[in-house]
Ligand binder design. Structure first.
Ligand code: HEM
Length: 434
C-alpha cells in the first residue's frame, strides 16, 4: 500500500499562475515528482495532477479504471444519456465503433473533396491583406464540420445553423461550472430541431457521405434504427470536440510558420513537389508537413488538461489514489519536459524526424490527441484538414505573421489564441503558382 493522498506534496500556486500554468506544472514535476497537488488554501482535493509520459500511459491505457462518465456527469442530461463523451465501458465502445466509419477511412476520403472546396472558397477572401486567422479559421472549420458531421450543405440552412449554434454556445455559462453550453436552452433545441429532418431524409436516401448519414442508416444490435435524439447528440459532440480544437491548432500553425521563415521555406519546398491534385494518402506521406503538424500539437495542445475519475484504488509514485478521486493529466506540461523533448520551448519540427524521433522515446510523450483506446476520434480528420489547409495556403500565398512574438493563450474549455493572430497574405506571382 502506498502513502495516503493527504500526504501528497503540493506545489506552490498563485492565482496569477492560471494565466500560464504550464511552467509551474513542469517545475512541480521536476521538484516533487510526477504526482502532486496544488498549494491553494482550501484546495479542492480533486486537484491531483499526474504529469509525464508514465502517468499518461497509466491513465490513458486503462479506460476502465480512469473514467470519463463522472467527469461529464453534470452535462449528461443535456448532451443526452448516450453522448459519446459521457459514456464508459461497453456502451462507449459500441458507440465509438458505430461513429468511427463516419470520420475515418473511406468516409474521410469522400469528405476530402468537400474540405478542399470549402478551404479554397474561404481562402479567396484572404488575398493581399492582413487577416485575423483565428477568426477566419473558426468560420472555415465550422463550415467543414457542419458539412462533414451534420450533412448541412444548403446555404440558407448553413446560415441558420451557424447562427443558432453560436447562440447555443454563447448561452453556455462558465464551462468550468456548467459545461452544458447552451444545449439545454432554446437555441440548443432549435439546433437539434434542424438536425431531425436531415436524419429523416438521410434514412430515405441511404447514402453514407457524412457522420449524420452513417448514423441514420446504421441499425442497433436488435436491427432497429438508432434513436434520432441520440444521433443528434453524437453529431453535436463531434461539432464541439472537433471545431474549436482544430481552429485553434490551425491558427497557431499559421502563426508558427508565419514567424519562422526557415521552416516555412521547407514546407513550401515540400508542397511544391506534390501533384496538383492532393489526396489523403499524399498528405499522410509528406514527412516535413507531418513533423510541422506534430510540433504544433506539441507546443499548442488545445486541451492542456485532461480530467478523469478513478474507479478503483490505484498505486502510483508511492501513493494510493483512492477510488472516487478526480485526477488531471497535462498534455501541455508533458510536452515541455526536457527529458522528453530537447529544448522544449523551441519550434523545431526536425525533432520528430529520424534519427532524433523524440516522440518515439515514449509512446505517451506526445498526447495532444490523447492516446490509448480513447485517442481522439477525429485525429485523422483534423490532420488531413490542417495538411490541406497548408497546401492551399502555400500554393496561393507568401505569408508573414504581423506580430513575431508568440500569441497569448486563453485557457477556457480549450486553449485558444488570447488575441487576434494577424497574418499578411500576398498572392504568389502567377509563374510560381502551379
Ligand atoms: C487538432 C484538432 C484536435 C485535437 C488536438 C483533439 C484532441 C482531443 C483530445 C486530447 C481528446 C481526448 C480528451 C480526453 O481524453 O479527455 C479528444 C477526444 C475526442 N475528439 Fe478530438 N481533437 C481534435 C479534433 C477533433 C475532430 C476534428 C473531431 C471530430 C471528428 C474530434 C472528435 C473527438 C471525439 C469524438 C473525442 C472523444 C473520443 C471518445 O470518447 O472515445 N476531435 N480529442
Amino acid at each position: 500500500m502506498g502513502r495516503e493522498l493527504a500526504e501528497l506534496p503540493r506545489i506552490e500556486w498563485r492565482p496569477e499562475y492560471a494565466e500560464d500554468p504550464v511552467p509551474h506544472f513542469v517545475r512541480g514535476y521536476e521538484t516533487v515528482g510526477p504526482l502532486f497537488g496544488l498549494n491553494v488554501p482550501n484546495a479542492n482535493p480533486g486537484m491531483v495532477f499526474l504529469i509525464g509520459a508514465e502517468a499518461n500511459e497509466l491513465v490513458l491505457k486503462d479506460v476502465d479504471t480512469f473514467q470519463w462518465g463522472p467527469v461529464y456527469a453534470p452535462v449528461r442530461k443535456v448532451w443526452g444519456e448516450e453522448a459519446l463523451v459521457a459514456l464508459d465501458g461497453p456502451p462507449h465502445r459500441s458507440w465509438r465503433k458505430t461513429m468511427q466509419p463516419g470520420v475515418t477511412g473511406g468516409a474521410l476520403m469522400r469528405q476530402f473533396g468537400m474540405m478542399r472546396e470549402v478551404i479554397a472558397k474561404h481562402l479567396d477572401g484572404w488575398a493581399d491583406r492582413a487577416v485575423a486567422v483565428d477568426d477566419a479559421l473558426r468560420h472555415m472549420i465550422f463550415e467543414v464540420a457542419a458539412r462533414a458531421f451534420c450533412g448541412i450543405t444548403d446555404v440558407g440552412l448553413m446560415r441558420e445553423f451557424t447562427t443558432e449554434y453560436e447562440r447555443m454556445m454563447a448561452a453556455g455559462t462558465d464551462p468550468m461550472v456548467d459545461a452544458s453550453f447552451g444545449m439545454d436552452g432554446e437555441a440548443g433545441a432549435r439546433v437539434r430541431g434542424m438536425l431531425r429532418p436531415l436524419i429523416a431524409s438521410a434514412r430515405d436516401r441511404g447514402t453514407q457521405d457524412n457522420v449524420l448519414e452513417v448514423l441514420a442508416t446504421t441499425a442497433d444490435e436488435t436491427g432497429a434504427p438508432l434513436d434520432p435524439e441520440a444521433i443528434a447528440a453524437q453529431v453535436l459532440v463531434l461539432m464541439l470536440a472537433g471545431h474549436e480544437t482544430t481552429a485553434s491548432v490551425s491558427s497557431f500553425l499559421l502563426w508558427l510558420l508565419g514567424a519562422h521563415p526557415e521552416q516555412s521555406q521547407r514546407v513550401r519546398e515540400e508542397i511544391d513537389t506534390l501533384p496538383d491534385e492532393t489526396s489523403v494518402g499524399i498528405l499522410r506521406r509528406s514527412p516535413y508537413l507531418n513533423d510541422v503538424l506534430m510540433e504544433t500539437e506539441r507546443l499548442y495542445p488545445p486541451l492542456p488538461i485532461i480530467g478523469r475519475a478513478v474507479s478503483r484504488d490505484v498505486e502510483f509514485a508511492g501513493f494510493t489514489i483512492p477510488a472516487g478521486t478526480f485526477i488531471q493529466l497535462s498534455p501541455a506540461a508533458t510536452h515541455r519536459l526536457p527529458e522528453l523533448f530537447a529544448d522544449p520551448d523551441m519550434f523545431d519540427p526536425d525533432r520528430f524526424a529520424e534519427p532524433r524521433a523524440e516522440h518515439r522515446r515514449h509512446r505517451y510523450a506526445l498526447i495532444g490527441f490523447a492516446g490509448g483506446p480513447r485517442v481522439c476520434l477525429g485525429m485523422p480528420f483534423a490532420k488531413v484538414e490542417m495538411g490541406e489547409l497548408l497546401v492551399q495556403v502555400y500554393r496561393r500565398f507568401d505569408f508573414t505573421a504581423v506580430n513575431q512574438n508568440p500569441p497569448r493563450i486563453h485557457r477556457g474549455q480549450t486553449a485558444v489564441p488570447g488575441e487576434p493572430i494577424e497574418i499578411t497574405f500576398t498572392t504568389r506571382a502567377p509563374s510560381l503558382v502551379a
